[in-house]
Design a protein around this ligand. Structure first.
Ligand code: HEC
Length: 106
């Protein structure tokens, strides 16, 4: 019984470590591919929004955070409205960036 508890604790720690690593890797990809338009913490680049004539939502807002992970991934890979798909972010990097976006939540 005690051994099971220890194994579970180790597994939980491993899962937590993986999640943290994902958000961290996601931040690097985000800084490279998203920050210019969405700011380092999800706050829209006001000048860009004005130039593109679009009302950008804050990525940390409740509205954006209410979207499912799949919806967020789709915005990155397929684009949304005036945002084009982000070419440099594919595969696991998409999951990592979503993990990072979740960490921005207020
Ligand atoms: C060239 C500028 C630009 C880049 C680069 C960019 N975006 Fe966007 N993004 C936009 C604009 C503009 C919108 C609003 C689109 C609309 O509503 O027509 C948007 C919308 C979004 C939305 C939807 C928010 C909502 O209103 O529901 C998400 C999520 C998002 N971007 C995430 C990302 C992520 C993650 C990256 C990087 C992988 C990224 N964007 C890169 C300009 C950009």
């Amino acid at each position: 019984m005690r051994r099971t508890a220890r194994i579970l604790t180790l597994m939980a720690a491993a899962v937590a470590a993986c999640l943290a690593a994902d958000a961290k890797a996601g931040q690097a990809a985000y800084d490279k591919s998203c920050k210019g338009c969405h700011g380092s913490d999800g706050t829209p680049n006001a000048g860009l929004a004005k130039a593109m004539k679009v009302d950008m939502r804050d990525l940390k807002s409740a509205e954006v955070q209410a979207a499912s992970d799949d919806d967020l991934k789709k915005v990155i890979t397929a684009g949304k409205g005036k945002m084009h798909p982000v070419a440099g972010v594919t595969g696991k990097a998409v999951d990592d960036v979503v993990a990072y976006m979740r960490s921005l939540k207020k």
